[in-house]
Design a protein around this ligand. Structure first.
Ligand code: B12
Length: 216
């Protein structure tokens, strides 16, 4: 019942209501990730309505604000591992793309699992990814893209890493609404993540495969 209310509050751009319902979900003992799944479904539905011109951008903006605040409330309650992977994971949304809700959820989930996450934010140019790799020497680079027009920028990040001679030092993971597993293969990424849990599982698998260079 609370989950339906959460879904509807986000769909109906009720920012304050959504936050209160998220808090009520936690009080009712609902797992934060389960609640976040429903919230994500709601924002996807918002995207579909926008895609069909049934709602307009200002409404999407408000629903996005609602899910961001809901995610803040819920993600704080995701259980954190005390001893984690300790692998560095650089993540960002690619250049030209300001969508960062999913990327931030992935970053928080990785952190909760003990990864040392460096979040470069959104609209991040390929050179910034390269600079960060040289500076932090991570095990992973993660690129998020939500638009068909920006998914191509994930390839640009991989090309820039190659050009800088650091491509083989990292595992590149890509994700975001505009991407697919096939796209990931085509651009030469090491893995694609469907959602935050999938990202964590696949990052751990890559670490375990020992083909991943662990940099401290
Ligand atoms: C919210 C939203 C916005 C918000 C963004 C707020 C913010 N701070 O992020 C606002 C209102 C600002 C916005 C703006 C725009 N938007 Co918009 N937006 C959306 C919407 C509705 C939801 C996106 C979202 O947050 N999803 C929820 C999260 C949880 O899902 P997710 O991002 O996919 O992330 C999950 C997985 O993909 C994965 N993942 C994500 N990143 C990564 C990274 C890695 C490494 C891994 C492993 C996994 C992974 O894990 C995440 C968690 O489970 C989508 C619709 C949709 N279906 O996606 C449209 C959508 C993406 N937007 C769209 C458009 C067109 C725009 C604008 C151009 C509109 C305009 N005319 O100005 C601008 C973009 C400006 C720009 N340069 O970027 C289109 C894109 C069309 C396309 N295919 O190219 C969409 C699809 C809407 C539509 N149906 O037309 N938008």
């Amino acid at each position: 019942m609370e989950l339906d209310k959460l879904y509807n509050a986000i769909l109906n751009q009720d920012v304050e209501g959504a936050v209160k319902i998220a808090e009520a979900c936690l009080k009712a003992g609902i797992e934060p990730l389960r609640a976040l799944d429903h919230a994500s479904e709601a924002i996807r539905q918002v995207g579909d309505l926008y895609g069909r011109s049934e709602i307009f951008l200002p409404q999407v903006v408000l629903s996005a604000e609602a899910i961001k605040k809901v995610a803040d409330v819920l993600l704080k309650k995701v259980p954190r591992k005390k001893r984690g992977e300790k692998a560095k994971f650089i993540i960002g949304t690619v250049e030209g793309d300001i969508h960062d809700i999913g990327k931030s959820i992935v970053a928080t989930m990785l952190e909760a699992q003990g990864f040392d996450v460096i979040d470069l934010g959104r609209d991040v140019a390929a050179e910034k990814f390269v600079e960060a790799v040289k500076k932090h020497k991570p095990a992973f680079v993660g690129c998020s893209a939500l638009m068909t027009t920006t998914a191509i920028a994930q390839r640009e990040v991989i090309d820039a890493l190659k050009e800088a001679g650091v491509r083989d030092d990292v595992k590149v993971m890509v994700g975001g609404g505009a991407t697919t597993e096939l796209h990931a293969k085509e651009i030469g990424a090491d893995e694609w993540g469907a959602d935050a849990m999938d990202a964590v599982v696949k990052a751990k698998r890559l670490l375990a495969s020992r083909t991943c260079l662990l940099k401290k």
